[in-house]
Ligand binder design. Structure first.
Ligand SMILES: Cc1cc2nc3c(=O)[nH]c(=O)nc-3n(C[C@H](O)[C@H](O)[C@H](O)COP(=O)(O)OP(=O)(O)OC[C@H]3O[C@@H](n4cnc5c(N)ncnc54)[C@H](O)[C@@H]3O)c2cc1C
Length: 379
């Protein structure tokens, strides 16, 4: 079987994966980014999400920086929105869409174009329409991933890997322990509507949310193709029941335009990390914090991400990034969103680059090296 080799292999081209790949490539390493779809941004774009949640703590202070801020500023490049110039101040703050927070809206399609530009600028080798189906290990260490594309099967080897699949799929394929939690089913779609009830995207295009955050729509995380199918079709039934109310005339100006191309499952699976963040960690300082995120639900204590939450317990040569790092409960809620995905992606990319440079596996990386690197980049 054909085999190609890189320094760093990033699995999954969502926000976390793009951040990891851009960071590794900017550090001068030969980096591949493997994505099964033909879009970049994962849930944030093909899931039709359009809100870059806040970089601030809700009390007027910015707490997330680095690549998360760079993506925040650039996500509006191909869309009708602006990032707020002023926010969080006592007077004249930009109200944005959900209070006075440092957040913004973006066009999902426009954000994909920007993410691709960032990959091009940094020299990442992007492989779209390429599905990771297997892993080869040498002892505990991941040595290569097996991919399927139009040519058939290809092995992609690397010195260090980033699991940014959003569902810890690399860790799972490598036989590592992964964990999960319950979910809510609230489909978001884009529609053409004469009477916007949720969010006016442009004059006639709107984002509509179906269902509520109640146990009525709660479910266990789907764990195979059959269960994902049922999850997605339940969403479609909810959507159909909304549009069924319109007669022929009403359908001329009320109809769905885009359905999500990715199952809108908030929490699929995450790694079992050297440290798993939990509910008691709000506001807790960590010795090895790679960055900070605000509570996006309500102003509150900030959350630090310890490096150990990115390192799987039972696997070498791999770092996790994005919504599959070690976190549970409310902590997982805090770290599964876009700014946290960018933040942990940058940290994973920087750590992977240092590991390759020093010939180490992630758990051996001296903290002082990563700290210096993240401070230099402003993260
Ligand atoms: C309904 C809903 C609403 C949300 N609203 C918001 C919001 O308003 N604001 C916000 O900030 N966040 C929101 N989120 C959460 C947020 O969008 C995501 O959790 C975040 O974007 C996750 O980024 P990620 O890069 O970690 O993972 P993902 O976006 O899941 O990216 C993972 C990527 O890996 C790829 N991949 C997976 N497996 C493989 C494989 N085997 N081979 C190759 N590629 C693979 C996927 O195709 C995907 O592109 C919402 C989520 C949902 C479900």
């Amino acid at each position: 079987m054909k085999e190609v080799f890189y320094d760093i292999v990033v699995c999954g081209g969502g926000v976390a994966g793009v951040a990891a790949a851009v960071t590794a490539a900017r550090a001068g390493f030969r980096t591949a980014l493997i994505e099964k779809q033909c879009l970049l941004g994962g849930l944030a774009t093909s899931g039709l999400i359009y809100i870059y949640l806040p970089l601030c703590d809700g009390k007027g202070k910015q707490v997330t920086f680095g690549l998360a801020e760079e993506m925040f500023r650039r996500c509006v490049e191909y869309g009708p929105f602006e990032v707020p110039e002023r926010w969080g101040g006592p007077a004249g703050g930009d109200p944005g869409i959900a209070g006075d927070r440092c957040q913004c809206c973006f066009s999902p399609a426009g954000f994909t174009l920007t993410l691709d530009k960032m990959l091009e600028e940094s020299g990442v080798d992007l492989l779209l329409d390429t599905l990771i189906v297997g892993v080869r290990k040498e002892g505990r260490r991941v040595a290569a991933v097996e991919t399927a594309d139009l040519s058939g099967r290809v092995w992609i080897g690397g010195k260090c890997f980033v699991d940014a699949t959003g569902c810890a799929q690399l860790a799972k394929l490598a036989g590592a322990r992964v964990l999960s939690e319950g979910n809510h089913n609230t489909p978001w779609i884009m529609e053409m509507a004469s009477d916007p009830s949720f969010f006016p995207f442009t004059e006639s295009l709107h984002v509509r949310v179906f269902g509520k955050h109640t146990s009525e729509y709660a479910s266990e995380p789907p764990c195979d193709g059959r269960a994902v199918t049922e999850f997605v079709r339940r969403s479609w039934r909810m959507i159909r029941s909304h549009y069924d109310q319109f007669d022929r005339a009403g359908r001329r100006s009320n109809y769905p335009v885009h359905l999500p191309a990715m199952p809108q499952i908030r929490k699929v699976a995450r790694i079992d990390a050297l440290y798993n963040l939990g509910d008691g960690d709000a506001g807790r300082p960590f010795d090895h914090a790679v960055g900070t995120v605000g509570d996006w639900i309500r102003p509150g204590p900030v959350w630090q991400a310890p490096y150990e939450a990115l390192v799987p317990k039972d696997l070498d040569g791999v770092l996790a990034a994005g919504r599959c790092i070690g976190a549970s409960g409310y902590a997982w809620e805090m770290f599964r969103v876009i700014p946290a995905a960018a933040l942990t992606g940058e940290a994973a990319g920087a750590a992977a680059a240092l590991c390759v440079q020093k010939g180490l596996v992630p758990k051996e990386l001296p903290w002082s090296l990563l700290k210096e690197r993240l401070e230099t980049s402003g993260a």
